[in-house]
Design a protein around this ligand. Structure first.
Ligand code: PHE
Length: 335
């Protein structure tokens, strides 16, 4: 080399080669390799600058200008390519990640209340509106709360009616929520107006209408001057709210150790001929009131106990109590 015209030719060749090479660069890794090859510290442009040493002093200025122009040109070309490539990458990403709003969405099933919970809440809300409070208690009870305080002494044959699962000699899984009423009366003075919902256990073989695990709601109202007429009125209100208008109701005699008199409550749908038993009820036995320190001469009360499963079965025409426990979604989803 040594003269300007040969340097000019070298520069033109390099520019041409660079432009063709750059045009085929399509990704950032190749682009970086390109940058190192041409613009790197030991790259082809830097190498070319070395010729300045051999150029005569008159031509040095012009040679330097040409080389600088080459370097600036290649740098600009490189930057333009980099901008184009990142634009393409963005566009490609936008296309790849774009959401097609016309596609059907993914629907996620939201669970809902179990039919028993729904019926329990519905019954609770009816009595809450009438002024009753909801009281709950332990599922493991002592014999005292489950039997003795409810006027069922150890040798009483009625214990067999509530035959249940014993945890120890004196503690058991409650067969009804009546013990909750004893707990509440022991710690409050009258008037008492409560409903007691909860899970109960009985040593029953499982069939279409029996289950060793079931749910109850019991009610207790103790105050001065209550009679069976008040019980009947409360039950008529309840029946109207829960089952609907036009039902007739009938009491027939029954026996429970903790109520006197005791009744079985039946209702009949408008136009129907069959009576449906919905609960056991009665006036709280004076012995129960005395056991919690109430004066049976001053206050009286009534109570009832209903099965939540039974209430749900009657209302929705379910004929097998086991459906509540097997968790078949085809059944559960209907509620
Ligand atoms: N405790 C009774 C039962 O479980 C139901 C009941 C409650 C009956 C209150 C009368 C009064 O069978």
């Amino acid at each position: 080399m040594g003269d300007l015209s040969s340097l000019g030719k070298t520069i033109a060749d390099l520019n041409g080669e660079m432009a063709r090479g750059l045009a085929s660069v399509n990704d950032t890794a190749t682009l970086e390799a390109f940058r190192v090859e041409y613009l790197g510290r030991k790259g082809r442009v830097s190498q070319l600058f070395k010729v300045l040493a051999d150029v005569s002093s008159e031509e040095k200025g012009e040679a330097g200008r040409l080389l600088n122009e080459l370097r600036d040109g290649i740098t600009r070309a490189f930057e333009e390519r980099a901008t184009t490539l990142s634009g393409c990458a963005l566009e490609e990403r936008l296309t790849r990640e774009s959401v097609d709003m016309t596609l059907p969405g993914i629907s996620r099933a939201i669970g809902h209340m179990h039919p028993l919970t729904r019926v329990q809440r519905e019954i609770e809300s009816i009595f809450l509106r009438m002024g009753f409070d909801v009281a709950t208690g332990p599922e493991i009870e002592t014999e005292y709360y489950n039997f003795e305080a409810l006027n069922i002494p150890a040798d009483h044959p009625a214990r067999a009616d509530w035959d249940t699962f014993y945890i120890s000699d004196t503690t058991l899984l409650r067969p009804h929520t009546s013990p909750v009423q004893i707990h509440v009366m022991e710690s409050t003075s009258p008037p008492v107006r409560i409903i007691c919902p909860g899970r109960c256990y009985r040593r029953d073989a499982q069939d279409a209408t029996h289950s060793p695990v079931f749910h109850q709601i019991e009610l207790l109202w103790v105050e001065e001057g209550l009679s069976l007429a008040n019980l009947k009125y409360v039950l008529e209100l309840f029946t109207r709210e829960y089952f609907g208008e036009g039902y007739t109701m009938r009491f027939s005699g029954d026996f429970f150790p903790f109520t006197e008199p005791s009744v079985q409550v039946h209702i009949k749908a408008p136009g129907a001929s069959r009576w449906l038993e919905i609960m056991g009820a009665g006036m709280v036995d004076p012995a129960v009131l005395s056991a919690v320190g109430y004066d049976p001469e001053r206050v009286s009360g009534f109570a009832f106990g209903l099965g939540i499963e039974r209430m749900a079965m009657l209302k929705y025409g379910i004929d097998d109590i086991r459906a509540f426990l097997t968790n078949d979604l085809r059944f559960i989803r209907q509620f």
